[in-house]
Design a protein around this ligand. Structure first.
Ligand SMILES: Cc1cn([C@H]2C[C@H](O)[C@@H](COP(=O)(O)OP(=O)(O)O[C@H]3O[C@H](C)C(=O)[C@H](O)[C@H]3O)O2)c(=O)[nH]c1=O
Length: 181
C-alpha cells in the first residue's frame, strides 16, 4: 500500500498493492488494519455505494450535514474520473481549498475524503463504475451541496462546459458563499 497525505489534512491518496499473474489481478480494496496503520485514522465504514456514469457526467459537489456527515473512501472499478474533495471544515487552515485526483481502473488509486468535505467527480472515460465506502448512513434530510462551478472554488474539471452531464438537482446547488450567509 502506497499512501500520500494531500495538502488537505487527513485527506489521503491510497494505492493498494496489486498482485498480477497470468489470470489477471488481485488486490485488497480495503483492509481495516492497513488503513488505520497507513493513515493513523480509525474509521468504521457502514455503507458501500456504487454508481455507473457515462462520459461527462459530473456528480457533486455533495456532503451530508451535522450528525450524518460522511467520510468516504472512493475508487473507480471501471473507467476514469477526476475526483474532487473540497475542505469545508470550519476550523481548517485549508478551508475552501480542494484536491483533484485522477482515479481509474488502471491506477487503482483511492481517495479518502474526511467528514466535513464536499465531494464530487466528473467522468473522463466513456463510462465509469464508481465505488465507495461511507462511515455514516445516507440521510436524505441531511443532504447538502455546492454548485460545481462555484467561482470561489475555481475547480478545474478538465472537460469543456458543453460536455458536462449534470442532474437538475445538482444544477440548483448553492454557492459556498450562500450556504455560509
Ligand atoms: C447517495 C445516495 C443516494 N440514494 C438514492 C437517492 C436517489 O434516489 C438516487 C440517486 O442519488 P443521487 O442523485 O444523490 O446520487 P449521486 O449524484 O451519485 O450522489 C452521490 O454523489 C457524490 C459523488 C457523493 O459523494 C455522494 O455520495 C452522493 O451524493 O439514489 C440512496 O438511496 N442512498 C445513497 O447513499
Amino acid at each position: 500500500m502506497i499512501v500520500k497525505e494531500t495538502k488537505l489534512a487527513n485527506c489521503f491518496v491510497l494505492e493498494p498493492k496489486v498482485f498480477n499473474d497470468s489470470r489477471g489481478y488481485f488486490l485488497e480494496s480495503f483492509n481495516q488494519n492497513t488503513f488505520q496503520k497507513v493513515t493513523g485514522l480509525s474509521v468504521n465504514f457502514v455503507q458501500d455505494n456504487e454508481s455507473m456514469s457515462s462520459k461527462g457526467v459530473l456528480r457533486g459537489l455533495h456532503f451530508q450535514t451535522g450528525e450524518f456527515a460522511q467520510a468516504k473512501l472512493v475508487r473507480v472499478i471501471k473507467g476514469k474520473v477526476l475526483d474532487v474533495a473540497v475542505d469545508l471544515r470550519k476550523d481548517s487552515i485549508t478551508y475552501g481549498e480542494y484536491v483533484a485526483e485522477e482515479l481509474s481502473e488502471d491506477n487503482k488509486k483511492q481517495l479518502f475524503v474526511p467528514r466535513g468535505f464536499a465531494h464530487g467527480f466528473v467522468v473522463l472515460s466513456n463510462t465509469a463504475i464508481f465505488s465507495y465506502k461511507c462511515d455514516n448512513y445516507y440521510n436524505k434530510a441531511s443532504e447538502g451541496g455546492i454548485i460545481y462551478n462555484d467561482k470561489s472554488l475555481n475547480i478545474d474539471w478538465k472537460l469543456e462546459e458543453k460536455d458536462f452531464i449534470i442532474s437538475e438537482k445538482d444544477l440548483l446547488l448553492p454557492t459556498l458563499q450562500s450556504i455560509n450567509s
